[in-house]
Design a protein around this ligand. Structure first.
Ligand code: LMR
Length: 213
């Protein structure tokens, strides 16, 4: 993927969409924004709870905006326990935590870091950027997917067309593809729609500003 553009500054998704619209000669698939920070945080929360390392957790998904409406989804995530891969819901047996505190902790982690440090997250953001770029360059490992903000096509997971939305993707030959066909339950649907709505509103505000500038 030559001319790969990765946007990190907040509001990262809408900034990325605006950058893409402002540089139409660069294919829109070459733009992505960072939700790997949230993805890594979701893995870490699960790992902490189970007493394993974050590397033992895979296929978490961050849907939507890099904001407090993002939806960290572990319905398809797996964890390695005693050498065996188990679904995260099955391993944890704590649906209340997974649907409650886990979601809000990941959603609010960015704000919590800023509050504690009185500064933006630095090391974890840098690590996440390295992870994101490394996967674009080398591809995702077999059987694994990662989250990144990319342009929606209107055909994937009921997300409206032309939003810079975080999806599960696999990357091969420096090209990302949506992970297709994951079943979405009602709990997830509601949260995915809510973060899409916020992105639609952000997009409208940004484009109003651009057209009046
Ligand atoms: C984060 O999620 O930690 C950052 O996006 C927060 C920020 O604005 O630096």
């Amino acid at each position: 993927m030559p001319n790969s553009v990765i946007v990190v500054g907040n509001p990262a998704n809408t900034n990325c969409l605006t950058a893409s619209k402002s540089a139409p000669s660069i294919p829109k698939e070459n733009f992505s924004c960072l939700t790997r920070l949230d993805h890594n945080r979701a893995k870490a929360q699960i790992a902490l709870k189970l007493g394993v390392t974050a590397n033992d957790v895979k296929n978490v998904i961050i849907w939507g905006n890099h904001s407090s409406t993002q939806y960290p989804d572990v319905n398809h995530a797996k964890v390695k326990l005693q050498g065996k891969e188990v679904g995260v819901y099955e391993a944890l047996k704590d649906d209340n935590w997974l649907k409650g505190e886990f979601v809000t902790t990941v959603q609010q982690r960015g704000a919590a870091v800023i509050k504690a440090r009185k500064l933006s997250s630095a090391m974890s953001a840098a690590k996440a950027i390295c992870d994101h770029v490394r996967d674009i360059w080398f591809g995702t490992p077999e059987g694994e997917f990662v989250s990144m903000g990319v342009i929606s096509d209107g055909n994937s997971y009921g997300v409206p067309d032309d939003l810079l939305y975080s999806f599960p993707v696999v990357i091969k030959n420096k090209t990302w593809k949506f992970v297709e066909g994951l079943p979405i339950n009602d709990f997830s649907r509601e949260k995915m729609d809510l973060t899409a709505k916020e992105l639609t509103e952000e997009k409208e505000t940004a484009f109003e500003f651009l057209s009046s500038a």
